[in-house]
Write a protein that binds this ligand. Structure first.
Ligand code: HOZ
Length: 437
């Protein structure tokens, strides 16, 4: 099935803003996937969000499944988060000096992530993964790292190899401007394929500093780890005196309070966090075993610093988020997300559309193909034109999906009965459009 449909109903204000934006901002946006290139048409310029809903410049209202790419566990403009950020802003927006809020948030993170003895706050997920790789290299004295095809760990040079997310959507296998020397030590294995990891280790024993993995792959669409995959990575890295680094920027505080490592019972050496940690404010963190993190300056020789690291507004948002992580939250997220997945599956099957909807907690993947997706190759073999048709058909009916096929849908605690029903109803019509396209 295929379609070239792009655009939905007229959106004069968004279209006008997009035209104007392109005269000042690269591609009209500040992050490539926001430009809607892989779904076509003009991006919707957003003016407001509340709970599960967003409003665009043309006053249209949507149920949002992008949720700032997973950052908003409690939905848009959550009152407790807004209050905390406002209060903090009134006391000063940045000091570039130590504050108690950093200590308190670090303690809250450690309570949930038992693998973390020491951590460092940074300002983004990219900074967290980039720094974790540096620490792993500094600690082990080795240069090589293993990543997985279709993973996305931010845009640090060494990690832009066969990456997912916007890199995959743009059909790039690498980024221009990254010198060969920066990626020479980045080895790429296949997600959910332990043999591919073992092969790399056998070829390079004593050379690999770390395996860096999204424990639930969320940037090639959503691809859950198969049973035993993460524990096999733990075993292999131990056998070869290498470190296991979990990039939990997306999964941290989402699939369980203590992230994927809690859910799957596998303990990494280092963990990267972001997104929900700041509930939409720019923040990231990396941390892990004491002896490893003691290599970071000022305790050790691995240098990493930042004026906005531990920013008071971000710390305040993080602390308010931690207070909201109550046990019933995860049960409600699970129930709501299961309903959405089942509703989509039924609607696709009724429309006789080949469709897969893998789910881990409140994260969902949408793939237009008949078979389950285990890795990047499978993900890329799904029909991206069907995704485009589906995307616009839903947008027209008031449901906003991530505007690119290799991304994940996120629910928040504010996605309740009404939003879910509205989504499933819209999806039934959208699947019919996909079938007829
Ligand atoms: N890389 C993010 C999605 N996996 C997109 C970031 C953005 O455009 O905001």
């Amino acid at each position: 099935m295929s379609s070239d449909r792009a655009g939905g109903p007229p959106a004069p204000r968004s279209e006008g803003l997009f035209e104007r934006a392109q005269r000042s901002l690269v591609g009209g946006v500040d992050s490539p996937v926001r430009a809607f290139r892989s779904v076509g048409g003009a991006p919707r310029f957003l003016v407001r969000g509340k709970g599960a809903y967003i409003w665009d410049a043309d006053r249209r209202k949507y149920v949002d499944y992008c949720m700032s790419w997973g950052a908003l566990l409690f939905g848009h403009a959550d009152p407790a988060i807004v209050r905390a950020v406002r209060d903090a802003a009134g006391r000063g927006t940045s000091f570039g000096a130590a504050t108690e809020a950093e200590v308190r948030l670090a303690e809250e993170v450690k309570k949930r992530f038992r693998s973390i003895d020491l951590l460092r706050f940074v300002s983004s997920g990219t900074e967290a993964t980039m720094s974790a790789v540096r620490v792993a290299r500094g600690f082990t004295g080795r240069d090589k790292i293993v990543v997985f095809g279709g993973a996305y760990h931010g845009h640090a040079d060494a990690l832009l190899v066969k990456a997912g997310s916007g890199v995959a959507a743009a059909e790039l296998s690498a980024s221009a401007g990254v010198p060969q020397s920066a990626v020479r030590d980045t080895l790429v294995a296949e997600y959910n394929d332990v043999d591919s990891v073992e092969d790399i280790f056998r070829t390079h024993p004593n050379e690999i500093a770390a395996v860096l993995v999204e424990p639930v792959a969320a940037n090639m669409g959503l691809v859950p780890p198969e049973r035993g995959f993460l524990s096999d990575l733990r075993r292999i890295t131990r056998d070869f005196d290498s470190l296991l680094v979990f990039d939990e920027v997306v999964t941290g505080f989402r699939v369980a309070p203590g992230g994927a490592q809690e859910k799957y019972g596998v303990t990494p050496d280092l963990t990267c966090l972001g997104k929900i940690l700041g509930h939409g404010l720019p923040v990231g963190a990396y941390g892990g075993r004491r002896e490893i993190m003691e290599r970071v300056a000022p305790l050790g020789p691995v240098y990493q610093a930042g004026t906005l690291s531990g920013n008071p507004l971000a710390m305040a948002a993080g602390l308010a988020t931690m207070r909201g992580l109550r046990p019933d939250l995860f049960r409600r997220l699970e129930e709501g997300s299961a309903r959405v997945a089942a509703g989509l599956r039924d609607a696709a099957s009724e429309a006789a559309v080949d469709f897969q909807v893998p789910r881990v907690g409140s994260m969902l993947g949408l793939f237009f193909r008949p078979d389950p997706v285990r890795n990047f190759g499978d993900a890329r073999a799904s029909d991206v034109r069907d995704y485009r048709t589906f995307f616009w058909s839903l947008l027209t009916r008031g449901v906003y999906l991530p505007p690119a096929p290799f991304e994940t849908l996120f629910l928040s605690s504010t996605h309740e009965g009404n939003e879910i029903e509205r989504t499933i109803e819209a999806a039934s019509a959208a699947f019919a459009e996909v079938r007829n396209s």
